[in-house]
Ligand binder design. Structure first.
Ligand code: ADP
Ligand code: NA
Length: 338
């Protein structure tokens, strides 16, 4: 039987992905290419919903794609592409936008959060319609009902649930008005995704928008600073390496990182470090982090040195994505009356 299809996207809005992106999403992307017909998209259209610098966006899109290949995404098995290379994303977003109520879009809590931080003058209409573009990203790749009704799987964190719900609503509405076209997508909880917190503010999500870079481990970080950040991670005044979310949030986060990267259970790590103290634990963890990211960094830099090869890989991804997207749009155009 054909593998179920999965679709996910990530924004090229930083100079590097970080450890949270890796353990919370990208590592699962790599493992899902074995079990799924995987479509992974660097969503540069989403990245311009906030003010941006063109040369920087172009660069970050390349760096993002290079990291994905360097992490192990195989162009023979997964379709890795850049959103703006497949114009059907924007075209379907327009059609879906015309099916979305103004009030309905206004209820998106992520928009409310982001726009309240930026104020009305700093908030673009693109930021408002962002979830509609996301719905288009997803629905373009829902298998044609004629080919079977298996839903597309979309990995979503808590913060994206409402957007997937809107996507399902819009798919249903389109089907109702214009005839069965989209199979409703399903939320997919990938196995082994870990929530990683800031090394300086245990408990707060590790995020590219953190106030200090000291709390974030970048995938492309040089080995020296990477090691230092782990050695300086905030723990507590105790000395025992034990998992306790409430009383030992810092150590718990480090245990989670260690466990995820080495594939050892937290219980086994607690046993290994019984009586050892934080220093030895952090030193070993730093080595595990370096062993993971050094080869990824080296492969990324090598790909960025050979831009023709990177462009060729992305063109191939865009061709494969287009095969599906163009077909979906042909149906949509015909049904809508174009
Ligand atoms: P950021 O929070 O740095 O802005 P994004 O929101 O762009 O990162 O997230 C990209 C992907 O990485 C999403 O799938 C998100 O769930 C995941 N992710 C981001 N930060 C973390 C984290 N600290 N722990 C686990 N997963 C994370
Ligand atoms: Na974010």
């Amino acid at each position: 039987a054909a593998k179920p299809r999965v679709l996910s996207g990530i924004q090229p809005t930083a100079d590097s992905f970080h450890l949270g992106n890796y353990l919370g999403a990208l590592r699962q992307w790599v493992s899902m290419q074995e079990t799924h017909d995987a479509f992974y998209c660097v969503v540069d259209l989403h990245a311009i919903t906030i003010e941006h610098e063109p040369a920087l966006l172009r660069r970050r899109t390349k760096v993002a794609a290079a990291q994905l290949f360097a992490m192990g995404l195989d162009p023979d098995r997964a379709t890795v592409f850049v959103q703006s290379h497949v114009p059907e994303h924007a075209e379907l977003a327009w059609v879906l936008g015309c099916l979305t109520g103004f009030g309905e879009a206004g209820r998106m809590t992520q928009f409310k959060d982001k726009s309240s931080k930026q104020g009305t003058s700093g908030t673009s209409v693109g930021l408002f319609t962002y979830p509609i573009l996301q719905a288009a990203d997803i629905l373009l790749y829902t298998p044609d009902p004629a080919e079977g009704k298996r839903p597309l799987r979309v990995p979503v964190g808590e913060d994206q649930r409402q957007h997937l719900e809107l996507t399902r609503t819009l798919a249903q509405r389109f089907n109702h008005r214009f005839g069965e076209t989209f199979v409703l997508p399903d939320a997919h909880i990938p196995e082994g995704a870990a929530k990683i917190t800031d090394l300086q503010e245990p408990g707060a999500k590790m995020s590219k928008s953190a106030s200090s870079a000291q709390g974030i481990i970048d995938v492309l970080e040089e080995p020296g600073p990477m090691r230092k950040k782990i050695m300086r991670a905030v723990t507590d005044t105790g000395s025992e390496v034990v998992y306790d979310e409430e009383k030992k949030a810092g150590v718990t986060n480090l245990l989670r990182i260690y466990s995820a990267l080495e594939g050892t259970s937290v219980a086994d790590l607690e046993t290994r470090y019984a009586g050892a103290g934080y220093g030895q634990f952090k030193k070993d963890l730093a080595q595990v982090v370096l062993d993971t990211f050094t080869p990824i960094r080296e492969r990324t830099l090598k790909l960025l040195d050979d831009e023709d090869e990177l462009d060729r890989l992305l063109a191939r991804g865009a061709d494969r994505a287009s095969e599906v997207a163009v077909r979906t749009m042909e149906t949509v155009r015909e049904r809508v009356g174009f």
